[in-house]
Ligand binder design. Structure first.
Ligand SMILES: [Zn+2]
Length: 285
């Protein structure tokens, strides 16, 4: 009888353990499933979308591959940077300050370069432009600072270009954009119409975001002052944000799996608020 009871106790323990293992495995599988949604990085043209540079070495690769993303080590994605071409300290400090929001709210950090092979070089020329995703080696991010009142050293521009660096195209180029906006081709400067094409993309589970800092405004590249792009649900809706939207933050977290951290060969899911600092605490504990 005693043997029988102990047998039941062991069986119960075994079943409880099995249930925990199943729950953990299911969580991992679900998260891997979420991982399959990405922007793709295939694009053509030397400068597209007004401020995106083309890497001639890249053909049809995708951010699904690690080659387009910046590496993640111990739960933190570091994007090394240097400054080139005569920025003053005041401009360097502004750029650093504008980039700090990524460290504060995601697992992506822009850090001064030490000896990393792949890094970005903020360059004080050629207007405002960036490649999309990691290119390999040194890649320029043009942030021209001028004294006549027009500058790319501005929070909107810096954070917009930073999202390109991280791996994102403009919001209105995503594959499902026609469900949400209408392009008014006749109002667009003819030579700039290619900027409004649709790119193959999957969207990280993020809804179409009219407020994205990566979304064009209603009159971007207009030749006659009339709208070039309008929302389908509200013709007068303001398009494009001047600050990172909540979904801009969410898409960075989704692409780089900021809500997961790695310890002892097992992914640990953070709390419901996706607090990356908890990940770091776990990693440091
Ligand atoms: Zn852009």
């Amino acid at each position: 009888m005693c043997y029988y009871i102990w047998f039941l106790k062991d069986l119960c323990t075994f079943m409880l353990l099995a249930k925990v293992i199943i729950l953990i495995m299911r969580n991992i599988i679900e998260n891997i499933g979420n991982y399959t949604n990405f922007w793709e990085c295939d694009f053509t043209g030397n400068i597209i979308e007004g401020d995106i540079l083309r890497n001639p070495r890249r053909t049809a690769s995708s951010c699904v591959t690690d080659s387009c993303k910046w590496p993640k080590v111990n739960g933190v994605v570091k994007v090394p940077y240097v400054f080139e071409n005569g920025y003053k300290n005041v401009q360097k400090n502004l750029i650093k300050n504008y980039l700090s929001i990524f460290k504060d709210q995601t697992c992506v950090e822009f850090v001064p370069r030490t000896d990393e092979t792949d890094y970005i070089a903020f360059t004080n020329q050629m207007g405002c432009a960036s490649y999309v995703g990691r290119q390999g080696g040194k890649q320029v991010v043009f942030l021209k600072h001028e004294n006549n009142g027009v500058t790319c050293v501005d929070s909107y521009v810096v954070q917009h270009e930073a999202l390109h660096v991280i791996g994102f195209l403009h919001e209105q180029n995503r594959i499902d954009r026609d469900d949400h906006v209408t392009i008014h081709w006749d109002n667009i400067q003819s030579e700039l119409q290619p900027n409004f094409k649709i790119y193959s993309s999957v969207n990280l589970g993020i809804p179409y975001d009219y407020n994205s800092i990566l979304h064009y405004s209603r009159t971007t590249f207009s030749e006659n002052g009339q709208p070039t792009i309008t929302a389908n649900d509200d013709y007068d809706r303001v398009l494009g944000g001047s600050v990172l939207s909540a979904d801009d933050i969410r898409r960075v977290k989704a692409l780089y799996e900021c809500c997961k951290c790695w310890r002892d060969k097992y992914y640990l899911t953070c709390d419901n608020t996706c607090n990356v600092k908890i990940c770091r605490y776990i990693l440091n504990s």
